[in-house]
Design a binder for this molecule. Structure first.
Ligand code: HAM
Length: 420
């Protein structure tokens, strides 16, 4: 026991549950690596201004949720609330977009921080795997990314993830829509804070979950009716590519997302097994973000999947496998001579790629066999003085209880063969 606790809104990942998180992250990463996305890692903190400018001054993330602090040197730094601004910053800084073929395809996996009200599926420290394709205006890239996310969820055994799709238009048509929406919203009966939001970020009002607001939004102008010809054609192409791929989606004209950088394609993956936090992932196109960060025009698209919520969704669907086995082989030496011998055997097994562990210290047979059982190993290697005198060890199948003597020089080949 300790008097300390993990900070509010955070949790520790410990065995046996930690293995599932690792497996989920790895499965997501493997899926995008198959499409040529390469690993990127950026600092967990950045210049505060990067997120203010990138994510947007009017967003909840920037206004209420950032962990911002002043460093000893007097700089304002912020723990990253999301990955896109950082990854784009890093790629621009390293001139990756000039180094080769576009798009630059990057993926990342790590910790993100938002000062949110903690609840199931909503944490202050959470984990995302994200993918970004920088520098292409081809709708095939949007479709590729969405399909990869769908494949990742399917690969994890999830069958109830729903894809919501929208287009937010571009620099040509969005301002026209924004003005029309503002005009509509100004005529509604809304509280002070919401009225202020109409002037700063009217699209966010569409996302308001309160019934009294929702009821008034029924006749609001819809972005779909305002898309310019280019945006319409672009969106139609993305939809067609998804349909060809057998990816089901639902058009959601109210999907605006909580970050300001989006243009054209926006999407969210939702799951109903998470309580009120339904988004297991989300993303979209952000064609203007590079310029906002002082870079060249670099139309881009990406997503981030929430690892914690994906694990919750898997739990809800009953497809989360708990790790029951720590190692394949567990050595139980009885006596000093056996301890030395099996220490070497375990070392050699590991060098050959067989996971193995051994009882440390001197324990009685009963305690040692219990440790072997607890490890979840398939085989125990048991050796006492008498076995060694006969140049033998006992190989015990821990599931069936069957035990066979194995000659010392045959231990490793026998185990390798049994495990293959
Ligand atoms: P986001 O929708 O803010 O997008 O977050 C992506 C996912 O991270 C969410 O769908 C959710 O699963 C998970 N997530 C977010 N906040 C929390 C939290 N407090 N607790 C647990 N899980 C959370 C972005 O972050 C964008 N950067 C995605 C993107 C990439 N857009 C373009 N490229």
């Amino acid at each position: 026991m300790t008097t300390f606790r993990a900070p509010k809104g955070t949790f520790d990942l410990l065995p046996p549950d930690s293995a599932a998180f690792l497996a989920v992250r790895e499965a997501m990463a493997r899926t995008v690596r198959l499409a040529g996305y390469q690993y990127a890692e950026t600092p967990v903190f950045e210049d505060t201004a990067l997120f203010k400018r990138g994510v947007g001054e009017s967003t909840d993330i920037v206004n209420k949720e950032m962990y911002t602090f002043t460093s000893q040197g007097g700089d304002s730094l912020t723990l990253r609330p999301e990955g896109t601004a950082s990854v784009l910053r890093a790629a621009l800084q390293a001139n990756l977009h000039k180094a080769g073929q576009l798009p630059v395809k990057l993926y990342y996996s790590g910790s993100y921080f938002r000062y949110e009200k903690p609840q199931k599926g909503r944490y202050r420290h959470f984990s995302q795997v994200g993918a970004e394709a920088l520098g292409s205006e081809d709708p095939q890239v949007d479709a590729e990314l969405i399909i990869l996310a769908v494949d990742a969820f399917r690969g994890l055994g999830l069958t109830n993830v729903k894809l919501l799709l929208n287009s937010l238009g571009d620099a040509t048509c969005r301002p026209v829509y924004r003005a029309a929406l503002q005009e509509f919203l100004r005529g509604l009966d809304l509280d002070e804070a919401t009225r202020a939001r109409i002037e700063i970020n009217p699209l966010r009002v569409l996302d308001d979950k309160r019934p009294e607001v929702r009821a008034q939004l029924a006749g609001a102008p819809m972005i779909g009716d305002y898309l310019c010809e280019d945006c319409k054609a672009f969106h139609a192409e993305v939809r067609e590519l998804l349909t060809d791929a057998g990816v089901a989606f639902e058009d959601d004209p109210n999907l605006v997302r909580g970050l300001d950088y989006y243009t054209r394609t926006t999407f969210e993956f939702v799951h109903d097994g998470l309580g009120s936090q339904s988004a297991v992932g989300g993303g979209g196109r952000y064609d203007g973000l590079s310029e906002l960060l002082g870079g060249p025009a670099l139309p881009s698209v990406g997503w981030a999947l929430g690892v914690d919520r994906t694990v919750l969704a898997m739990e809800a669907e009953g497809v989360l496998e708990k790790e029951t086995s720590r190692v394949e082989v567990f050595a139980v030496p009885l006596g000093e001579q056996a301890r030395r011998l099996l220490f070497g055997v375990v070392r050699d097994l590991r060098r050959l790629g067989v996971s193995a562990d051994i009882v440390f210290g001197t324990r009685g047979v009963k305690g040692a066999m219990k440790a072997a059982d607890r490890s979840g190993a398939r085989y125990a290697l048991v050796a006492g003085e008498r076995d060694l005198a006969d140049n033998l060890v006992q190989l015990k199948d821990l599931a069936s209880g069957e035990q066979i003597p194995v000659a010392l020089d045959q231990i490793i080949p026998t185990i390798k063969e049994k495990l293959s």
